[in-house]
Design a protein around this ligand. Structure first.
Ligand code: KG4
Length: 364
């Protein structure tokens, strides 16, 4: 079913034309974005591409478990969604009647978490009698580079490459247009974020470990330890071998010195981070050469890493191309990226129907 459908007296009524006409008469387009794919409940308001609010409620409940517990995430979304959306609308200084459409993350992600945002977005769209726009979470990460915080903010030029690195994904994406993306390479096992988090866990660092490794790496020697790197063809990634190699280094050294981790934590973090960056950049460089792009962007939680940011800047500068490094607030899950992706779909009249279910697994 394509287009916009209203549920009236137990039946879907095709409302596409009415809404297209309705939209055309509007002076500006205001999108409310809703994100609930994992453990962040977020709502944001964007008007004509310009960010007006971006509220994120992170869930501390998972820290005690060393990872996201899906059932607890759904329950926390259920508690957070109403206050988070209200706060985003309040901070944007708008009235609900000014919202042109609601964009929500349809997937990929945890199904129970997605159901909360999806159901809320549908209910609100029905209540306000406005269109719904479903957004692919991965595309939203890529399109976060088009969020304008200031009127004169610039964005990458098409076609460009996006290195999308998060807790669940490690991909090199060729972005031809707003809605036309192709995955050139992806991880065949763990994601880069998992490598950070799992190695952090064995060192006894809190979850998520990525930011802790980033902080400790600043004081360490990146050349002190060496860990194995994958040798797989093409532009795909693999991080599981590195994880094992890291684990064996700890195991062997702990036999000699029970305080090995404590005494060497900065060097371990710096060396691990360097290895992850080396793995990421070898394939990124190859993809730049293969495609001949002039713009490279990064996105996803791991793109908040200071070493990754510096290394991508340097690689691009050495290759004479532009690097697009997002503000840290747009690297982890947020609704501003959902709102901007929804904004461009809305302009193309790509609406979603009320009957679309969320999806746990999907690619770009
Ligand atoms: O995109 P994201 O917020 O959501 C999921 O994919 O779930 O990414 C979360 C991942 C975690 O693995 C976290 O450790 C990592 O991003 N991360 C970092 C940093 N900040 C977040 N990894 C390395 N350095 C950081 N500064």
């Amino acid at each position: 079913m394509n287009g916009v459908f209203r549920f009236v007296n137990g039946e879907f009524i095709d409302d596409t034309l009415r809404l297209i006409n309705h939209n055309d008469s509007r002076m500006s387009v205001t999108i409310l974005g809703i994100e609930s794919s994992c453990d962040d409940t977020s709502a944001a308001v964007i008007t004509d591409g310009l960010l007006r609010s971006n509220v994120i409620a992170s869930q501390k409940v998972h820290e005690a478990y060393g990872g996201v517990v899906p059932e607890l995430a759904s329950r926390a979304h259920q508690q957070n969604i109403v206050p988070v959306v209200s706060e985003a609308i309040r901070q944007a200084g708008i009235d609900r009647s000014e919202i042109s459409a609601i964009a929500y993350t349809r997937g990929p992600g945890l199904l129970g978490s997605l159901l909360v945002g999806t159901s809320f977005a549908k209910g609100m769209a029905i209540g306000l009698d406005i269109p719904l726009v479903d957004v692919n979470h991965l595309q939203a990460h890529v399109l976060s580079h088009f969020i304008k915080v200031n009127e004169d903010d610039r964005s990458p030029e098409f076609p460009f490459l996006c290195l999308l690195i998060s807790g669940g994904n490690s991909q090199i994406i060729y972005v031809k247009e707003m809605n036309d993306m192709q995955i050139l390479g992806k991880t065949i096992d763990d994601a880069a974020g998992e490598a950070f988090d799992k190695c952090a866990k064995v060192m006894g660092l809190p979850y998520p470990g990525g930011p802790h490794i980033d902080r400790l790496a600043k004081e360490g020697d990146p050349l002190r330890f060496s860990f194995s790197k994958p040798h797989i063809p093409g532009l795909d990634y693999s991080f599981s071998g590195l994880k094992t190699s890291f684990l064996y280094t700890l195991r062997d050294n702990l036999k000699e010195d029970p305080d090995f981790v404590k005494n060497n934590i900065s060097d371990l973090c710096a060396s691990l981070q360097k290895t992850i960056i080396d793995i990421l950049l070898v394939k990124l460089k190859a993809a730049i050469k293969e495609t001949g792009v002039k713009d490279v962007a990064i996105g996803g939680g791991v793109s908040a890493n200071s070493g990754v940011r510096e290394a991508v800047e340097k690689l691009c500068s050495d290759m004479g191309i532009r690097a697009w490094i997002p503000p840290r607030s747009f690297t982890t899950d947020n609704a501003a990226m959902v709102a901007i992706a929804g904004y461009y779909k809305y302009l193309d009249h790509e609406y979603s129907s009320l009957e679309l279910p969320p999806f746990a697994r999907v690619t770009i």
